[in-house]
Design a binder for this molecule. Structure first.
Ligand code: GFB
Length: 318
């Protein structure tokens, strides 16, 4: 990727897209193109096609998606399938039709089977049943990454994908029902501390294992792979640090300084029991994460307090 390339970042207002734009600008890529949802509806194939034909970017980064935590996904698998499928097919297919030479598609490690071997290698794709709570989202992301793979094979276009583990960072969604576990915990413990609540309600048993990656590390990985001449079709991106939900809760409690005890609601789903991705492939190519969970958590609590003070905490999927 050249510094003068015109780079379209789809989803630049989201947590991932905004981190990618920050990283591009910091690294001196001056020609970044974005569109708000009001300016370009990515669910509309004609509008997406017209956009690419007018703008003709050299590179596209597809960071747009309807995303959410286990609550949002399990309550609306149809919506997560439909919107993410449309976004993936429209943004990738129309890019190819308009002659965009390079495209990076972003997915999620929930594309892998629920009971995949751990840590999950890229080869585990399509070897078993998906986790039911996010089956719609996973199917859409599988379509997107396969479309990139097929276009590369059929037309020689350098379209490739990154599958990040659970992400967190600035601009995250702090919705108590629809958000992911890490930001939701930060908000729950912080609000309990401020209100002086005796308990904090959390979901499930606390036993599932998860891996968390700071979004600035993902953004660095995006730039890293976009600068490879011949990247693999699919690469996992993760921190390699695995933590139980129970341990995460203790770490968030400590980071917020909240004395409340935890009340586990076991009627809420645990989701997949374990989701640690194998990052040996991207590490062998030369990328590694820079932000530990402890450091990222401290930053997140501080960012959340600033966002609250400035009345700009995001609570919703976009
Ligand atoms: O982050 P999370 O919503 O998503 O939940 P997944 C992770 C774990 O945290 C689950 C537990 O075991 C939850 O039961 N948990 C405990 C909580 N307390 C809470 C809480 O207050 N809120 C939430 N949200 N969880 C998502 C997928 O799966 O991961 C998406 O649904 C996406 O498709 C994303 O891929 C990365 O890790 O289970």
């Amino acid at each position: 990727m050249k510094k003068t390339d015109k780079i379209f970042v789809a989803g630049h207002r989201g947590m991932v897209g905004s981190a990618v734009v920050r990283a591009l600008v910091r690294e001196g890529y001056a020609n970044v193109v974005t569109r708000t949802h009001a300016e370009l509806d990515l669910l509309d194939p004609c509008a997406v096609r017209a956009f690419y034909e007018t703008e003709r970017p050299d590179v596209a980064v597809i960071a747009a998606a309807r995303v959410g935590g286990i609550g949002a996904n399990s309550a609306a698998n149809a919506l997560f399938l439909y919107e993410n499928e449309m976004i993936a097919l429209n943004t990738v297919w129309a890019a190819a039709e308009a002659g965009v030479k390079r495209l990076l598609f972003l997915g999620s490690t929930c594309i892998y089977p629920r009971l995949a071997p751990q840590p999950i290698p890229e080869e585990a794709l399509l070897t078993g049943e998906l986790e039911k709570t996010n089956e719609g989202y996973a199917l859409a992301k599988i379509s997107g990454l396969k479309l990139c793979e097929f276009l590369r094979r059929d037309r020689g276009l350098c379209y490739h994908s990154l599958m990040p583990t659970n992400l967190y960072g600035p601009g995250d969604n702090y919705d108590l029902v629809g958000g992911h576990v890490l930001p939701t915990m930060v908000r729950k413990f912080e609000e309990a501390r401020v209100r002086g609540d005796a308990t904090v309600p959390l979901w499930g048993t606390g036993s599932p294992l998860r891996e968390f990656l700071h979004v600035d590390d993902l953004a660095a990985a995006c730039l890293f792979v976009l600068n490879l001449d011949n990247p693999p079709d699919l690469l996992n991106v993760g921190s390699g640090e695995e933590v139980s939900i129970r341990d995460l809760a203790e770490q968030v409690r400590a980071a917020t300084g909240c004395p409340a005890t935890i009340d586990w609601d076991v009627t809420k789903p645990d989701g997949t029991p374990r989701k640690l991705c194998d990052t040996s492939r991207i590490r062998a190519l030369g990328w590694k994460p820079a932000i530990s969970l402890a450091e990222g958590l401290a930053r997140t609590v501080s960012d959340y307090r600033t966002e609250c003070a400035e009345h700009r905490v995001r609570m919703g999927h976009r």
